[in-house]
Write a protein that binds this ligand. Structure first.
Ligand code: SF4
Ligand code: SF4
Length: 426
């Protein structure tokens, strides 16, 4: 195996191929705190890409309820258990050190240690059974058992409160992460999977694929899927015709537009972009790009299960009310700080949050024009300390691929009063 640098686990790791990085990388930030699980994104994707015969149980985008929900069923619990068993057999632990470096094994390293006799296993994974794909929304809105105090009548006698609820659930929005080190690509014996140089989108060549399902087995997020009708595998294509901006019907201005799931998001939780990459596979410094700012400057958005080692490119602002230990297992060691930063957002963060789903064109650059202070409050952080929160009615402007303004909005939503002449005029 080759050695590649994975910035999310802060160290070199083994990967079956040498690192090869695109000029720009498809990436996105999802704000879990805002999702209402309306599934508009899910249906936008389904009705665009996976409505044909053989795709009935395929949901390239799904929104599941954590901790009990999962599509396919218990995908993350199953892989965490496999990874734990691999660590136990090596007497290692899946831990992060004080510098936030991952000391455990990734799914590539665990497979290397556990090589089968014929040396075929490149990625630690499992193949879900057919029945595990059948219910995309199992466990919806089911919180784990609560240990809240109850009165004699059985009613909860103390209210849940922020910053952490004893009883909780949250919605996790999932699609292919278009990983920098894709497990699906690493596992394919036909070399039918490739990552595009221009945008880092990971695709399965439908002509080369023979349906061995190695990608389905290897993808830790279970976002490569098998079509029993065509007998080949399929996955999210990041709506690449929209990213390319070449379809006159979808993109009359000839610039990149966001994918279907992003541009249909009712809860305004998603912001998608194409970030600049350098030759070493790191994000080039680009503070004018809102995604760069959220992920690398403010560090308020974190990758999903970074310990798996694929360097996923979808990042999440963690939910404020869920137990930190559960979130740390899911998003890595940056959770506490990310939640604190979101709880008392900086002036810049507050402005950037207004860009989420405010337009359909991909934003390459943003600019903030300062406005007056409109609110001031002291907020309590998770450790009980207090922080001052000040909100300014700043204007934020987004620019598209060609540097043209594509969105302009303010922190405070404008209010229009209905003229008296139209009062009750329905
Ligand atoms: S999420 Fe899975 S299918 Fe998508 S690129 Fe990563 S490994 Fe491949
Ligand atoms: S459309 Fe947005 S708010 Fe609705 S389920 Fe999807 S991510 Fe959540």
């Amino acid at each position: 195996m080759a050695k590649v640098y994975n910035w999310q686990i802060k160290r070199d790791m083994s990967y079956p191929y040498e690192g090869k990085y695109p000029e720009r990388q498809f990436a996105s930030v999802f704000n879990i705190n805002r999702c209402i699980a309306c599934q508009t994104c899910t249906m936008a994707c389904k009705s665009t890409w996976s409505f044909s015969k053989g795709q009935e149980l395929m949901w390239w985008n799904n929104v599941e309820t954590k901790p009990y929900g999962g599509y396919p069923h218990f995908w993350d619990i199953k892989l965490l258990k496999l990874l734990q068993t691999a660590h136990d057999s090596q007497e290692k632990s899946m831990t992060w050190n004080d510098e936030d470096k991952y000391d455990g094994m990734t799914i590539f390293e665990a497979a290397e240690k556990q090589k089968t006799k014929n040396g075929q296993s490149r990625v630690l994974g499992y193949l879900p059974e057919d029945k595990e794909w059948t219910k995309p929304n199992i466990g919806e809105d089911a919180p784990p058992q609560t240990n809240l105090k109850k009165d004699k009548m059985g009613y909860v006698s103390e209210p849940v409160r922020l910053p952490e609820h004893k009883s909780f659930f949250f919605y996790l929005q999932r699609l292919c992460n278009h990983c920098s080190y894709p497990a699906c690509l690493a596992a394919c014996p036909r070399k039918a999977i490739y990552k595009r140089d221009e945008d880092g989108v990971v695709l399965i060549d439908q002509e080369r694929c023979r349906g061995y399902r190695k990608c389905v087995e290897a993808c830790p997020y279970k976002k490569a899927m098998y079509n029993g009708q065509t007998k080949i595998s399929e996955k999210c294509i990041a709506c690449y015709p929209r990213l390319e901006g070449k379809d006159n019907h979808i993109t009359p201005d000839g610039v990149s537009v966001e994918t279907r799931c992003m541009s249909s998001c009712v809860g305004k939780i998603r912001l998608q972009g194409l970030v600049k990459m350098d030759k070493e596979g790191l994000w080039s410094e680009d503070e004018e790009n809102p995604l760069y700012w959220l992920v690398h400057k403010e560090k308020v958005a974190l990758p999903l299960y970074p310990q798996f080692g694929t360097e996923p490119n979808i990042f999440y602002i963690p939910p404020r009310w869920a137990p930190r230990s559960y979130l740390t297992q899911m998003f890595g060691p940056g959770v506490e700080k990310a939640i604190d930063r979101y709880t008392a957002p900086s002036r810049e963060l507050m402005a950037i949050l207004q860009l989420f789903r405010a337009q359909r064109e991909v934003i390459y650059k943003y600019q903030i024009k300062k406005g007056p202070k409109i609110y001031e409050k002291e907020v309590t952080l998770a450790d009980g300390s207090k922080k001052g929160l000040m909100i300014y009615n700043d204007t934020i402007i987004g620019y598209n691929e060609e540097g043209k303004e594509c969105v302009r909005t303010t922190v405070e939503e404008p209010m229009y009063e209905r003229p008296a002449t139209h009062f009750n005029s329905i």
